[in-house]
Design a protein around this ligand. Sequence first.
Ligand code: PLP
Ligand code: COI
Length: 361
Amino acid sequence: MATAAQFTRLPHPAPTAAADRAAVLADPGFGKCFSDHMVCIDWSEDKGWHNPVIGPRGPIALDPAASVLHYAQEIFEGLKAYRTADGGIALFRPEANAARFNASARRLAMPELPEDLFIGAIRELVAADSDWFPTVEGGSLYLRPFMIATEAFLGVRPAKEYKFLVIASPAGNYFKSGAPAVSIWISDYTRAAPGGTGAAKCGGNYAASLVPTAEAFANGHDQVLFLDAAEHKWIEELGGMNLFFVFSDGTLRTPALTGTILPGITRDSLLQLAREEGLTVQEDRYSLDQWRADAASGHLVETFACGTAAVVTPVGKVADRTSEFTIGSGGPGQLTQKLRARLVAIQRGEAPDTHGWVTRL
Ligand code: PLP
Ligand code: COI
C-alpha cells in the first residue's frame, strides 16, 4: 500500500518559461490554465493503492474500453491552496475534502483513499508547483483531485482498476469581475433525485447540469438554480454552489442536506461562523414561491452563493421563463460581505484559525 513518503518524483524536461508563467499568474481566470505537474496513483484489487508518482503534467493513456469513458465512474474534489502574507502556503480544510471524496467513492462503488495519501498527494503537487500561485488579488492555486475507473471492460459493474490524479490550476475569480452580484436562472430540469447521486461529487451530476447551464448562459444569467425533483418547488442548490438566504430579522437559512445536494465545505464553514456571530441559522427547506414573496415584501434582504470556486458571491437577480425578481438592492448585502470577509481572512491565514481549519504546508 502506497504511503505519502514513497512518491516517485519524475523530473520535468521542459517546465513553462518564467515569462509565460508570469503572464498566466497575473490574469489566470478560472480553470483555463494549469501548472507544470500532476500526481498519479494506481489502484488494483491485488495491490490496493500503489505506484504514487509526481511528474510532468500531460495526457494519460486510457484503453478505449475504460469504464470511466462508458459509465462515468468518476469522482472529484475541489480545494484551494493560498499564498499567505508571511510567504507560506495554506490549505483550507483538506481533511473535509478527503472525507467527502471517500463518501463519493462509496456512492460510486470506488475504492476509498486514505486521508494521508489524499493530503500527501496535494502536498507533493503544491511543493512541486509552488511558483504557480497567482499574483492577482484574490488569487489561489485551485487543486483538483479526481479518481477514474480505468479497467477495460464493457459489462456494467464496478471496475477493478482505478487511477487517482491531482492537477492544479492557478485561479482568479470564478465569475467575471465587475458585476456587483450574480444573476441566476431557475431551471426546469432536475439535477438530482432522492436516492440518486446528488450528495456525491461525481462527474455525472455535472454532465446532467450542462444543458441547464447552457440555457442559463443563453438567457443572460451566470448560474443555474435547481429545484427539488419531486415537487419542483423547493430550492436545492446552484450548478456549482450552495445557497444562503438572509432575512430582515437577522436569521439565515440554507437548504438542509437531504441527500440531493452537495454537502459544501464552504456551506459548513459559514454555518459555523454565523452561529458564532450569534445569528439564528436554519437548515431547512425554502420554496421558490416563498423566496419570491419574501423578496417582494422585504422580509428577505440578501441571498448569496458559496463554494470553493465562488467563495461567497451575492445573488442580485433571479429569473425563470416567465418572471424575474431582484434581491434587496440587487447588489452585495451587508451580512454577505461580512461573512465573506471573515471566511477569506481565515482561509488566507490573516485571522486566527480557532477552528483548526488551516493546514500550513
Ligand atoms: N454544490 C455543488 C454542486 C458544487 O459543485 C460545489 C463546489 O464544490 C458546492 C456546492 C460547494 O461545495 P464546497 O463549498 O465544498 O466547494
Ligand atoms: C468547486 O467549487 O470546487 C467546484 O467544483 C465547483 C465548480 C463550479 C468549479
